[in-house]
Each structure stands twice: as structure tokens, then as C-alpha cells.
Ligand binder design. Sequence first.
Ligand code: C5P
Length: 231
Amino acid sequence: MQKIVIAIDGYSGCGKSSTAKAVAKILGYTYIDSGAMYRAATLYFLKHQIDLSDKAAVNKALKHIQISFQTDKASGQQETYLNGENVEQQIRSMEVSDFVSEVSKIKEVRKELVSQQQQLGKAKGVVMDGRDIGTVVFPDAELKVFMTADLEIRAKRRQKELIEKGQEVTLEEIIRNLAERDKIDSTRAESPLVRAEDAVDVDTSYLDFDDQVKKIVELANERIGLYSKAY
Ligand code: C5P
């Protein structure tokens, strides 16, 4: 059976990661969280107090950033590693969330991470979620999905997730962060968040999680079938 690339893009907190993870599991594909890579780079910049306006310092820092993913044996969850250290918890903090869109605007950062993402997906059989996967990272992806959801619904879901992870954050704080990131991500000069022309729209505001996963798996199976016939 031929393998395809599934690109899932969309606004912050509309359930891209959990959906992509579930789709990958059903199809036996690899899930790649490109946002986690921008978050890990952001953590590095914060920890090392890199001045983002200093190009030379940014480029130097990028040479020292190695991001990888490993599945935790006990939970079965994929976790993010920065230079060998498990940073899964740290990259989900509000401090990183508040700074990540500033780091993601930088051309050199995008160039480096896009190249790593293309490398990770080159054998196909991947589900990658982010902001520019269907437009820049894999413009030839066989299936592109553009996910949206109402801002308040997204914020409530994110708050529930953070509370489950032991982080107390107010709804207002989350709404502010999501809206701010959407604005920066959609208006930046370098590969802004835009819907790929050939993407399928999925509004998750009132969709049951299982239904949204099912919908994408059906679309994927359709594309896998078409793709297998063509080759
Ligand atoms: O997906 P997540 O919300 O964790 O992404 C965090 C941030 O990383 C986004 O708000 C965006 O600034 C950046 N990002 C990006 N391009 C991607 C994935 C994430 O610019 N492909």
C-alpha cells in the first residue's frame, strides 16, 4: 500500500495535534508535531537569552538546537527532546506560548525547521500538523486539511488540557494568547498561516472528536486508494 503525506494546518488550539495523533495511530503513520519544534527552539532562545534582533546570535543558536521525538513507554505519548533533554512539559508553559510566535516569525528559524520537517517526512506515511505544512513544508501533500474552531471553544479546550497537566491558567489569559498567536501567525511575512487552495476545511467547533478523526481517516483512505491506483 502506498503511503501518503497528510498535512493538517490551522489556528492555535483547534485540536490539530490530538486529531493528527489519532489519525496517525489509526493509519499506522508517524505523527510529527511541527509546533513542538518551534516551541523547543523558543525554549532554547529563552533559556540562553538570545536577542532575536541579533541575526548572528540567532544563527549561532540554531546550530546548537537539536530536536527529536521519542515515545514514552509508560504513557505511549510522543515527547519532545531538545538536545537530548525531555522538554515536553516546559514547551507547553505559558512563557513559551507567549513567545513562540515571535520566534516563528524569524526567517532563519523557519528555514532550519522546515528543512528538518521535510527530512522527517520524506519517506511519507506521516501526519504533520502546523501552520504552513500544506503550503510550504509539503506543498505536494496528498491530503491537506485546514482546521478551524470558534475562539472561545478553543480556549476552553486548551484550559481543560492545561488543568489536566497541573497548570492553572485563566480563560482570559488563554483567549488572549490564542488570539495574539493567530494574529502574528497569519500576518507574518515569512510563510504566514493561510489555507492551501486545495485543502479540505474542517470546523471542529461543534464536531465530536471521534467524528473529526473519522472524517480525516476517510479522506485519507480515499486518497491512499487513488494514489495506489495511479502508481
Ligand atoms: O501548534 P502549536 O500551537 O503548538 O504551535 C506553536 C506556535 O508555533 C504557533 O503559534 C506558531 O507561531 C508556530 N508554528 C509555526 N509553524 C508551524 C507550526 C507552529 O509557525 N508549522
